[in-house]
Design a protein around this ligand. Sequence first.
Ligand code: HEM
Length: 216
Amino acid sequence: MDTPFSTLIRTASHEQHTEAETSTFMGDLLGGTLGVDAYTRYTEQLWFVYKALEDGIERLADDPVAGPFLRAELARVPELERDLAHLRGPDWRERVTALPATEAYAARIEECVREWPAGYVAHHYTRYLGDLSGGQIIRDKAERTWGFARKGDGVRFYVFEGVGNPAAFKRQYRKLLDAIAVDELERQRVVAECKRAFSLNTAVFAALGEEFSSAA
Ligand code: HEM
């Protein structure tokens, strides 16, 4: 029996998921030993990543491979912008900067948007399915640690107003993955791109870990 693609991609990235989850920066952030400035800097990096994921994707709407995954209710850029206005103030745009690791991550996503829709799916999966899963744990911790209003400004990124039932949404998403309109070889390339997406995330965490350390 062929393994469903959703299982394959999940299993293939399992080890790297643990690595991302247990990175020093994430551990320190969720352990409550870092200040809100570290959380803010992380949120800024996410803004660059989601700009890359969401800007200009209209061109993928009719793509047979990536098109089915695009859902308006997933859009995170507007939520990140509200969070950043709260965290940094109304002039946040003038001060926001991407770390080199974030630039590299965003550049790879943009390349996929332009040239490789199946690769874009790997990035889409890695971020949005993660946000709908572990993202909820991060939100809860952030609310408790830095006193944000429940599901309010500062943590809106983690709140998917348009997704009524995340578990059902994820089931549906996995069905889309299982039916992805590519052949076996291309599926393998998508799995490899998913691993790359995790590595790009880990690199951002490492860079943030250098900037913010609870041991300092
Ligand atoms: C402290 C940080 C994190 C925590 C606590 C966390 C936790 C979780 C949990 C509990 C799940 C649900 C697993 C399941 O349904 O069985 C999950 C799924 C997922 N996470 Fe994370 N995660 C974290 C970081 C990340 C990062 C950094 C990424 C990648 C950027 C990521 C990507 C994913 C993906 C893609 C899934 C969906 C797996 C699937 O069902 O196919 N996670 N995470």
